[in-house]
Each structure stands twice: as C-alpha cells, then as structure tokens.
Design a protein around this ligand. Structure first.
Ligand SMILES: [Zn+2]
Length: 285
C-alpha cells in the first residue's frame, strides 16, 4: 500500500512539474492552458490529501501506541501490590490494612478507627494503655491475637508468619517502669518486603544496634520521658537503628486527649523524620 502511494505521489508530482514546465510562459487565456493549469492544483491537492492521510494514519497509530503504552503502565501499576496503609490512632495505637486487605491492630487504646474487623491483634505488654481490645468492634473468624506472653513464649522472642505479614517479637521493656520479660517490640514484614519496627515501651535495648543491619523502612519510637525514654534518648535510638523513616509515638502521658503532641513530635530531630499526627493514615512503601 505504501509503495503504491509513493508511486502515485511520484507520478502526480511528475505531472505537476511537467504541467508547470509546459505553462510557464503560457499564463494564458487559452482554455487548454486553463485546463492544464488546473491539473497541478488538483495534483497538489491530491498529494496534500495523501500526505494528510499518511500523517493522520501515522498519528493515529502513534496515539494507539501511546494508549497501549499508558494502558500497560497502568496495568503494571495495578499489578504491583498496593502498599499497606497505617492509621496512627494516637499514643501507641496503630491500625494497619495490608495489601491483602487484612487488618492488624497494635496496642489498642487511643483514637478512632476500630470499626474494621480484625485479622490480627498485637499487644506489646500488659499495661492498660496498650490492651483495650474491647474497642475493636469485630473480629474475623480466624483472627489471631498475640500478647506479649505468646511473643515471649519459653523466654524467647518468637516469630509468627501469617503470609500477609511476618511478625517478629523484639526486645523492649528496658526501663524501671517495665520488665524485659513482659514487654516486646515488633518488627512487621509485609508481603511486599516493606518493614516496620514498633519499639513498644522501652528505653534503649541491646538489640537496637543489631537492627541497623536490617535496613528497616519505618520505625516508631516511644519518647514520652515519663514512663519511657525521653526525646533525646529516642533520637539516639533512631540513629542507632537507622531506619529510612522515623516516627515518634507514645510521646505524652496517656491522659492527653488524643495521645499526640505536634510540638513534641516536631522535636524528634533525626534523619528520615516523619511526623504522623493522630488520626493520620500513611502508606507503607
Ligand atoms: Zn505505654
């Protein structure tokens, strides 16, 4: 088809050149000349038409390709797992919705957002500001609950693999208000490999320096300075662990209305600082 068009174009151009040549001197009144002179106009028109049609064909194809490409990009994006979402409810209370739609609650106590049926409930220790499971309005039939006792079964930090998340208990409780034998922190690894460390209630733990090798993505550090380490120590811990994103939590005594203080949060001066307000939901990616 292209070859035929190009031959047609060549013939038409030749006809145009010939006609022009014939009539250069005869810009005349003769009927014949007028007729001949019209030819190149129509030839030009035809060439233009052909050009236009070729051009429009090409642009249609290009836009088709564009559509295909952008369609591919979209479907590729859709294929990639949706990141888990983390709702910071305040104090040490966190709700996570995984890419698979599983709902995990950690240390239920503060804030809103207990309406989604639970698939997994994690608690770091037995204090009342971490254990208000009655707030959770419903549980899915196979909902699992992991308390500090189960996380420390046999005196060892346990790991639980649920497929949609791997839960590792880690050291916590290193201060006078807590007991290392009754307190854990958690590292959660989601199905897309994103990792989240929750310090639990503690001051510096010996394990924190080992965690640096893990290249963790997100890390929450308590920093209230009353029941746990203060802000300066939390900053040092965050630097030691060296996660990509560092977020302060459990920052004020739990009598505070929503368990969050922006001024305190802003003073968490570490690389990769992230301030997540109570009631705010972030994507873990
Ligand atoms: Zn606490």
């Amino acid at each position: 088809m292209k070859r035929f068009l190009s031959i047609t174009i060549s013939v038409l151009i030749l006809a145009f050149v010939t006609a022009c040549g014939n009539n250069t001197q005869a810009v005349s009144e003769s009927e014949e000349t007028k007729v001949t002179a019209e030819e190149p106009v129509s030839a030009t028109e035809e060439v233009d038409t052909v050009k236009e049609s070729v051009a429009s064909e090409a642009s249609a194809k290009a836009s088709e390709e564009d559509t295909e490409e952008s369609g591919m990009e979209e479907s590729e994006e859709e294929d990639m797992a949706t990141p888990a979402k983390l709702l910071y409810q305040g104090h040490a209370s966190i709700r996570i919705t995984t890419a698979e739609g599983k709902v995990i609650y950690v240390d239920p106590f503060m804030g809103e957002g207990y309406n989604l049926p639970a698939d997994l409930i994690l608690m770091t220790h037995g204090h009342y500001d971490h254990t208000q499971t009655d707030l959770i309005q419903s549980k899915n039939p196979d909902c699992e609950t992991i308390k500090w006792t189960k996380a420390l079964e046999g005196g060892k930090h346990q790991t639980f693999d649920f497929g949609y998340v791997k839960v590792e208990a880690v050291e916590a409780g290193y201060n006078k208000n807590h007991n290392v034998k009754d307190c854990v922190g958690y590292i959660l690894t989601f199905s897309d490999g994103v990792t989240l460390y929750l310090s639990g209630d503690t001051s510096t733990t010996p394990q924190m320096s080992e965690l640096a090798d893990r290249n963790l993505d997100y890390a929450f550090f308590c920093c209230d300075g009353v029941y746990n380490m203060d802000m300066n120590e939390a900053i040092e811990c965050a630097k030691t662990v060296g996660a990509k994103h560092n977020i302060p939590y459990h920052m004020v005594p739990s009598s505070n209305s929503n368990g969050f203080d922006l001024k305190v949060a802003e003073s968490f001066d570490v690389p990769g600082k992230m301030v997540v307000a109570a009631g705010e939901e972030i994507e873990l990616k």
